[in-house]
Ligand binder design. Sequence first.
Ligand SMILES: [Zn+2]
Length: 483
Amino acid sequence: MDKKSEILESVLDEFKNLAAIPRQSGHEQAVSDFLKKYLTEAGFSVQQDEVYNIIADAPTSPGYEKAPLTIIQGHMDMVCVAEEGYSYDPHKDPIKLVRDDKYLSAEGTSLGADDGIGVAEGIYVLKNAKDHGPLRLIVTVDEERGMTGAVNLEDKYLADASFLINCDSENWDELTVGCAGSVNLDFSRKLKRTAPQGKAAWKISVNGLLGGHSGERIGDGRGNAIRTLALALQALQEKGLVEVADFRGGKARNAIPDSAAAVIVTDLAEEEINEILFVELGRFNKIYGSVDPKAKFQAVKAELPAEVLTAGDAKRLLSLLTILHTGVFAMSTVIPGLVETSANLGVVEMKADEVAVQYFPRSAVDQKIDEFRHFAQQIAELTGFTAHIGTQSPGWKENKDSRLAKIMAETFKAQNGQPMKVETIHAGLECGWHFRKNPQLDMVSIGVTTTDIHSPKERLELATVEPQVKLILETLKKIAALK
Ligand SMILES: [Zn+2]
């Protein structure tokens, strides 16, 4: 076996251990217990905290005891999703790995390379690093749901460190040096229902939009299915009585909704409905068509519901869904092309007696997030909703004087003969919380190349593992030699 495949095979062996243990966000005890035992047996000093985060310190190479402490960090939880029809219990079933010449993927499910491969690399590095100073691996829980592992991580585990390498990014040649903060905003309203006045019910749906991750794709100018449908219903209401029995759309707060559907009751004729939807589609295409060309409306006869929302409730809901700005608010004045502030109208869920709306602002500027909290209260008052202001995730502000970013970018170039792309992202990373707890911490985020994360198509590009591990090992040597 040559040296190259030795690194890859060893990292994959570590990854296999993790893939064998179910580790959906919020259900990490088993994998955390495994890591505690495994890393202890490997000779490291291991702490497991109250929320099951793992903190493992490696013995320092002799002679480097005074070097600055570096943390390698990843998260143990994963998003568990399966292909339609594939039998999978995320609390019981292991991930079945499928490997070909170029890629590692999973049979029928998400792979969990996000962030199992980051953790596997961290373990490999702890075991194999040479000439390194104080070195710590931190593996958090629950990154994917709400970063509660990072939120609850005790400050003391970060306070004595100088550098942190987060291994939760997705492109081997990108060095992330800053991220956006966010806040979970929800609006809800108790609903009253009444017997419909109209005679016929229709299911109006919009789908075919591109959707996508709100941190990565919001700057592309894509349409939002929830807003599009709400505008269409308002246009229908201008033509005659249109009562709303149901309205729902979106899958997650941080995903741009690609479809939405409503049930309405109206006496408008089918041709009138289709004519208005045709005009609305034309309007949509003028605004978004160049980037989001496949949207379509559909009106299908539905069973007449016994009750519809009162006119007042329907009006308030459609007002809220059209007033909430969804998309880009501001571009960065420092970094060309980077979205600085955005918000995503992510989910509308309706029950018989209540409707809930999920809204998700992000910003590189924490003060703008504060403004959103204030704005949510005002909007709620104006539309008769109740605002629920959830956890605020802090942003991580780029440090122009980062020694770690400089070392890594230079090392990458020397090792691979090409420059590393240095960037700030509009999405969130646990680094935001680390930054809040220790603003002196010099951090970067890196990752091997993975695609279609959080989906059954998730796969990992095998050839990117070895260069990334070598980059970390060499960086640790250079840190140990720092004056
Ligand atoms: Zn991740």
